[in-house]
Design a protein around this ligand. Structure first.
Ligand code: ADP
Ligand code: AMP
Length: 215
């Protein structure tokens, strides 16, 4: 099952992908998580990416295309994968199509999680993240113990790009560079719209109904 979880920042892609990855036993590939791990480790890639991420801009296409090509060719992706945060531009989508064409494993579906801008701002502003990859929301999805990760016990933090001025820029970047991919995948006949405004469990159930068709 080769699926893209698509949607603006804060739509709930990461939250859903973690559960879907367990449910369907396929890897969750979040380009944002991979970039943040590189920033944390101080790699050359991380240092280059950080200047864009801090401003709410996209990291250049050539960097992401190389990164995703390597990741998709790893052996755990043979059973399929869930892409989260990639593609974000038309050149990235074209590159993905050509990478997948080479291995003859095209995308099954692009699930477009739809949430209003006001709700996105509220979700991103209250998001708290753990270095282990889990994320919470202070109001909508709080951890059992304040500011502590349920999964690993580490202290939660607010991502630098979840501060208000960067949130606005990320939504602008999404509208300009990423949103056109909705038409791109609609034209290919593989776009499925998901209402992302319900509860985490409700949205999960809706996505499973779609993904069950590709098992
Ligand atoms: P994305 O990966 O699309 O940027 P996240 O999955 O990190 O988004 O979700 C953004 C924030 O919204 C997180 O704080 C998360 O806990 C919260 N959230 C996710 N899904 C829902 C939902 N259905 N209702 C309310 N809050 C949600
Ligand atoms: P995310 O965790 O998906 O919200 O991504 C956080 C940040 O990482 C984005 O605001 C971008 O700066 C960068 N990023 C993640 N994925 C991509 C991508 N596919 N293309 C360009 N930049 C990306």
């Amino acid at each position: 099952m080769n699926i893209v979880l698509f949607g603006p920042p804060g739509a709930g892609k990461g939250t859903q992908a973690k559960e879907l990855s367990k449910q369907y036993d396929i890897p969750h590939i979040s380009t944002g998580d991979i970039l943040r791990a590189n920033v944390r480790d101080g790699t050359e890639l991380g240092m280059k990416a950080k200047e864009y991420m801090d401003k709410g801009e996209l990291v250049p296409d050539e960097v992401l295309i190389g990164l995703i090509k390597n990741r998709i060719n790893e052996s755990d992706c043979e059973v399929g994968y869930l892409l989260d945060g990639y593609p974000r531009t038309i050149p990235q989508a074209d590159a993905l199509a050509s990478i997948l064409g080479e291995i003859n494993k095209p995308l099954d579906a692009v699930l477009n999680i739809d949430v209003s801008d006001d709700e996105l701002v509220a979700r991103l502003g209250g998001r708290r993240t753990c270095s282990c990859g889990e994320s919470y929301h202070m109001k909508f999805n709080p951890p059992e113990k304040e500011d502590v990760c349920n999964a690993c016990g580490s202290e939660l933090y607010q991502r630098d790009d979840d501060k208000e001025n960067v949130i606005r820029q990320r939504l602008t970047t999404y509208n300009e560079k990423t949103k056109p991919l909705i038409n791109y995948y609609e034209n290919l006949g593989i776009l499925v719209n998901i209402d992302g405004t319900g509860t985490v469990d409700g949205v999960f159930a809706d996505i499973c109904k779609v993904m069950d068709q590709y098992k």
